[in-house]
Ligand binder design. Sequence first.
Ligand SMILES: [Zn+2]
Length: 283
Amino acid sequence: MHVHAHPDDESSKGAASTAMYVAQGVDVHVATCTGGERGSILNPKMDRPGILENIHEIRRQEMERARDILGISQDWLGFVDSGWPEGDPKPPLPEGCFGLVDVEVGAEPLVRLIREFRPHVLTTYDENGGYPHPDHIMCHKISVEAFHAAGDPERYPDAGEPWQPLKLYYQHGHSRPKAVALHEAMLAHGLESPWAERLKDWEERPDWDARVTTKVPCSDYFGVRDQALLAHATQIDPDGWFFSIPREVQAETWPTEDFELVVSHVASTTPEDDLFAGITDPA
Ligand SMILES: [Zn+2]
């Protein structure tokens, strides 16, 4: 089970390994915390009348297409997108948004879902949200709370029969070392690198990069990942920078999706290359 903040996060983070596990017969479920209601239109081709007014419904339809492409099941936790706070100083978060919920209130529907779906593995973002969107940080908080509480009969007693997932991971998909490797590979192929500008203001975080424990080889599924991303048409520009990196270059340069094993209730030694390493009896 992957916990994500917005529709499209399941396609931009860990989607190729998701598709690979689905192909292997794993049931993958995505819990989407918010409806992405405060998302902007990030694809100029979709910036036309009738889209922004209906963004909530349109993003639901985009999510349906993405989940069909990835072969997953998915649930909405039902919280309202906080939006990306812009300005200096940043404005207060809008009333009632996900970023402001009490952690226990936010975790309750997720505990319920974990107890229903009974995942062996749970993934979420690290304590900084991967990037500091208030919804991503709250996604981290409720996921960690739910991971620890779901197996405890005294916690959330009205949210179903206890179930303890065995491993908790943080997503480490967007790292500076990966961006540097792709940048250099693009230049080596005589191609223009979309990372040149981005890398300038991207602070080195060797402490964070060193936390990766688990690199899942999944380059055969980069194509499925790309189709799932494109299903989020309001959010993803097919002519945008991401798609300017040929898939072959990605596959030869960085063929894995990367995770950090944070808690394990099974014997597993890191580094690993499989989120299910050490889980020998799926029953
Ligand atoms: Zn997001």
